[in-house]
Design a protein around this ligand. Sequence first.
Ligand code: GDP
Ligand code: ZN
Length: 363
Amino acid sequence: MTFSNAFSALAPYGWDEAWAQQFAPYDSEGLLPGRVVRVDRGQCDVVTAGGVVRADTAFVTPHDPLRVVCTGDWVAVEPGGNPRYVRTCLPRRTAFVRSTSSKRSEGQILAANVDHAIVAVSLAVELDLGRIERFLALAWESGAQPVVVLTKADLVPDAVALSYLVQDVETTAPGVPVLTVSALYGERLDVLVALAAGGTSVLLGQSGAGKSTLANALVGQDVMDVRAIRDMDGKGRHTTTTRNLLALPGGGVLIDTPGLRGVGLWDAGSGVGQVFSEIEELAQRCRFHDCAHESEPGCAVLAAVDAGELPQRRLESYHKLMRENQWIVAKTDARVRAELRRDWKRKGAEGKAAMELKRGRRR
Ligand code: GDP
Ligand code: ZN
């Protein structure tokens, strides 16, 4: 497989000149370029010019959870070996991290190298501009360009009414394209298909917003079927794998992971950040930006409780809601659950080490 062959085989997955340049040193080491289509407990599936291979991520599992390999990453994998290892992860252009309104789960990386965040909003229910703003904030933070897609436009047959709805959203979302589509009837999809062709997209939005229907329209058939792809593994056997990253027939790539769908759930939930805005505000002054306001030193929230400025009961219900929300997300995805468990363990160990270090310094 020559470099130029690899180029054309990987172009549908978003490989371009800039990636090729960044990869050049690894090419001369005999490593293969590929894009991560799924991660799974210490392993990942990588689409390479020769097909999808499974690789071990032990080499690229840094301490910083934001730098852990995730779906959408471009990596250098070994040409063979049992196990075959991912040797490096190319620097990301953008990264999708779980909403920062959750201080606790900050640091959970969900998708990398996303160009467009398609925020699906249903026209079947009253527009919730505040919720749209939250999804947009999430998208901007990632570095991806958000696009609002008002779905189920067939339910608003009056063109004038529809244009008012679009205007409302446009005012809320300056600099963000606003499209209307009816994915169910395949109407007005051309603009979205063209937009998706220009890079890697993710679908965000509340449950019921029409994300699956949009995904099916973009993919051209049932995504669930397409995701389960029979691949040749490294030993030439057929195996069925689930891909969370798909090349679209109209060009471009769609990343659709349970974790990202969880973000939708999360943000569509009780809006912890908004409901407890005074706590979020206090939290800005906590010493640690990922402070959980439980026992951390320099916690401005706990200080406010001590000073009688914040009712203890209020903080307790905040903690409760945070845990519930996290549970909703975890429930949708066993993998997230496993990651959370590992994260808690790690945080516990890190906390202990940090405390000991501090004590040592004080002495
Ligand atoms: P998701 O939860 O965001 O993935 O939403 P789905 O794609 O499952 O859609 C939720 C519901 O909305 C389903 O019953 C769909 O059939 C319906 N729906 C999706 N797109 C459209 C559309 O363009 N028009 C109409 N009328 N219904 C739609
Ligand atoms: Zn705090």
